[in-house]
Structures are given as structure tokens and as C-alpha cells.
Design a protein around this ligand. Structure first.
Ligand code: PEP
Length: 250
């Protein structure tokens, strides 16, 4: 059985005090959860949020990391610095990194391999733009992102990997893919894993959906056979929305 996995990406929101306040509410409200849970605050709040989450079972995540271990890389954060703060999971290849900061599949792959070698869990984000969807290219785009993002990743490391399918046109727009549309892409992702790594791996991979997930649509999404969780942006910024999403199966 695949354990449901709900993760919150706080993006570039929240001061340290605001982040701690939210983390404290979540730690309190999700103590008894049977789901896997993670929150990714901004770098500046990692340490304080990590302390607020102690004992809660909610994993501390980061939103990005450098592709190199150390060196002259002004403004970058190394995976070892993240581990030092208790970070267990890193989001790699988010559409904002791909499309706004022009991260290539090659750079994303370098980050994925470095994170895995360093013992970090990875959420690898994939997803098509609206133009690509309208051109009937969803599977080609998602397949290429998987192939390139996981190039050189051994079967044994896949336990550390979660895939987040996030159609770019659904992120922060209020437009959610219908559960059936999302499930069709999740099914394709599972087929890709089956062809690349074998059917046992395909069945065990956790594939999250992301794109305007809210308390009102999480249950229908999670009802689909191939959707195992959610990567949540906007609705992860308030306890009143992230708590019901995280507790969708209570
Ligand atoms: C995200 O940023 O990963 C995301 C899915 O955002 P939102 O939930 O706001 O669409």
C-alpha cells in the first residue's frame, strides 16, 4: 500500500515568526496523522520551523538546492547546509524553477543525483504548460522530464524519490486538472516507471498531484487510483486550509 503523502510549499512567503506560528499550529493539528507530511518553508525559516516541528512527525523540506556540494556559488545553498538544519526532503524541478529561473533538465538531474547521494529525499516535479497540453504533448513532455531528471538514478535510490505531477497551467491559477485528467497522467507516469525500472517499482512509486489543491477538491483527487498525495502551494500557507487537506482521510 502506498502511504498518502501531503506536502506544503510555502514559496517566498512568511517571516520567521509567521512561519513558526504556522508550523506550531500544524504540529499540533497533525500529531496523530497516518499520512506522510512535509512542509518546505523559505531557507531563512528552516531552522526555526525545524525546531517547531520537533516530535510532530512532519518532515522539514527545502524548496531548492544547489547543484554543487560547495564552492564559489554566490547566493546558493548546499545540500549539506540543508542537512545540517535537519532538512530531510528537497523539492527539485518545480515549474517556477524551470520556467522563471530557466533550470534545464540537465541541471535538475545534477541536483537530483547529488541530493540522493547525500541521503536526502527528493520530490521531483514534472508537468506540461497549457500550450504543450493543447498540442497533445503531455506524455512526451512528462516522459522527457522523467527520463532526463532521473538519468543515472539507480533502482535502489528510488525509495528516496517522490514524483509530483504539476501541470503548469494549474499552479496558482485556481484551475485544477479534473481528477480523471490528472489520473490519466499519473497512470502514464506509472507506466513510464514500469517500462524503465519494472512493475514492482511502478506500483510502489508515490506520485503526488499539484495545482490549486484545496480542501474542497482533495478528496476527489485522492479517490483516483494513481494519485497518492498532493504538493500544495497557496493552500499550504494557512492552517485553516492545510489542516483539512492533510486530514482528507480522517
Ligand atoms: C505549487 O506551487 O507547487 C502549487 C501546486 O501551487 P498551488 O497549490 O498554489 O497551485
Amino acid at each position: 500500500m502506498r502511504q498518502p503523502y501531503v506536502a506544503g510549499n510555502w514559496k517566498m512567503y512568511k517571516t520567521v515568526a509567521e512561519a513558526v506560528s504556522l508550523a506550531t499550529e500544524l504540529a499540533d493539528g497533525l500529531k496523530h496523522s497516518r499520512n506522510k507530511l512535509m512542509v518546505a518553508p523559505p531557507f531563512t525559516a528552516l531552522s526555526a520551523v525545524g525546531a517547531a516541528l520537533t516530535g510532530s512527525g512532519i518532515l522539514l523540506g527545502a524548496q531548492n538546492m544547489a547543484a554543487e556540494l560547495e564552492g564559489a556559488h554566490t547566493g546558493e545553498i548546499s545540500v549539506r547546509m540543508l542537512k545540517d538544519l535537519g532538512v530531510r526532503v528537497v523539492i527539485i524541478g518545480h515549474s517556477e524553477r524551470r520556467h522563471v529561473y530557466h533550470e534545464s533538465d540537465e541541471l535538475i538531474n545534477q541536483k537530483v543525483r547529488l541530493a540522493l547521494t547525500e541521503g536526502m529525499e527528493v520530490i521531483l516535479c514534472v508537468g506540461e504548460t497549457l500550450d504543450e497540453r493543447e498540442a497533445g504533448e503531455v506524455e512526451r513532455v512528462v516522459g522527457t522530464q522523467l527520463q532526463a531528471g532521473l538519468s543515472g538514478v539507480e533502482l535502489g535510490s528510488l525509495e528516496q524519490v517522490t514524483i509530483a505531477y504539476e501541470p503548469v497551467w494549474a499552479i496558482g491559477t485556481g484551475k485544477t486538472a479534473t481528477p480523471a485528467d490528472a489520473d490519466a497522467v499519473h497512470q502514464y507516469i506509472r507506466r513510464w516507471f514500469s517500462e524503465t525500472y519494472g512493475s514492482d517499482t511502478a506500483l510502489s512509486m508515490i506520485v503526488q498531484y499539484g495545482g490549486s489543491v484545496k480542501p474542497g477538491n482533495i478528496a476527489a483527487l485522492m479517490n483516483m487510483e494513481n494519485i497518492d498525495g498532493a504538493l500544495v502551494g497557496g493552500a499550504s500557507l494557512k492552517a485553516e486550509t492545510f489542516l483539512p487537506i492533510s486530514r482528507f482521510n480522517d
